[in-house]
Design a binder for this molecule. Structure first.
Ligand code: GRF
Length: 281
């Protein structure tokens, strides 16, 4: 890591295996990441990513989303936090689509309860960037506006498809089922929609005849482990420019002179993965 780069404080939010978290930890341990994982938070107990955090000596926490959303946990957290105008929040959000306004508001309130707990933990670690890495929860504008304010975008996600194709939870499955010949992964900023925020980086991999979802998941994950840390390095070095197109969407420009060489490396990497030549059909 060159001395001119900042080392970013990363909070990593997970729900499962945490192999992207591991990629951050590995890159940090070899000096290849301009960042330090300062906290790991899972939305459930039992996520293997929590074990990875413990092994690396990283503080880790659980916000039990399922219990909070079921209403089993005290739903008065909002009362102890800043007051939240739920109707206003509902107008801004683009993740809940239930046509029944009362049901939508109830769900939103519980999500905000969970987010209050999340924010309470996160703020003690003063993260520069919040990295969603397999975090299977949608964030409301209540959470996002806290970290994406004053022109700064501080919440990142890695998505297992070439957005805007295949948003949602099953990027690899959807890519395979559609019959795509190339799949991809995306690292993007998180906005009020589902997987709709400004795209920072993408990489692609081929799908070979006979591939199943596990083959393409493994191929895609190898790219996720390369691209996500690279994006952190670009952010630390000030190479990520966000441009506001007034009548359009925010767009990201990477100003790293090495950008073409890095993208070429990702293409080569995806082609070097083993080719499956048999047809299982
Ligand atoms: C990755 O494929 C990521 O793109 C998606 O969830 C998966 C997380 O894997 N959002 P892991 O928990 O990092 O192993």
């Amino acid at each position: 890591m060159s001395d001119s780069r900042r080392s970013l404080r990363l909070a990593v939010l997970i729900s499962g295996g945490g192999s992207n978290l591991q990629a951050f930890l590995d890159a940090a341990s070899t000096g290849e990441l301009s960042g330090e994982v300062v906290a790991v938070i899972s939305d459930r107990t039992g996520a293997y990513g929590l074990v990875r955090a413990q092994k690396a000596g990283i503080p880790n926490h659980v916000v039990d989303y399922a219990a909070i959303l079921r209403g089993e946990r005290e739903a008065s957290l909002v009362a102890s936090g800043p007051s939240v105008n739920m109707e206003d929040l509902d107008r801004k959000q683009r993740i809940l689509r239930n046509p029944d306004p009362q049901k939508r508001l109830d769900r939103l309130k519980r999500l905000v309860d969970a987010e209050q707990e999340l924010i309470g933990i996160l703020d003690t670690y003063r993260p520069d960037i919040i990295c969603l890495a397999g975090f299977m929860r949608l964030l409301t504008p209540h959470f996002l506006h806290r970290y994406n304010s004053r022109g700064q975008w501080r919440v990142l996600n890695v998505h297992p498809a070439l957005l805007p194709a295949f948003p949602g939870e099953h990027g690899y499955e959807d890519t395979l089922a559609y019959g795509c010949k190339w799949g991809g992964i995306t690292v993007h900023f998180v906005d009020e929609g589902e997987d709709s925020g400004p795209i920072i980086a993408q990489a692609v991999y081929p799908l070979w005849p006979g591939d199943g979802v596990e083959e393409i998941r493994q191929r895609g994950l190898q790219l996720e482990y390369a691209v996500y840390p690279q994006v952190i390095n670009w952010m630390a070095a000030g190479y990520v420019e966000i441009r506001d197109h007034p009548e359009d969407r925010f767009r990201v420009r990477i100003t790293d002179p090495a950008y073409p060489r890095i993208v070429e490396g990702w293409v080569m990497k995806s082609l070097q993965c083993p080719v499956v030549t048999f047809d299982r059909g």
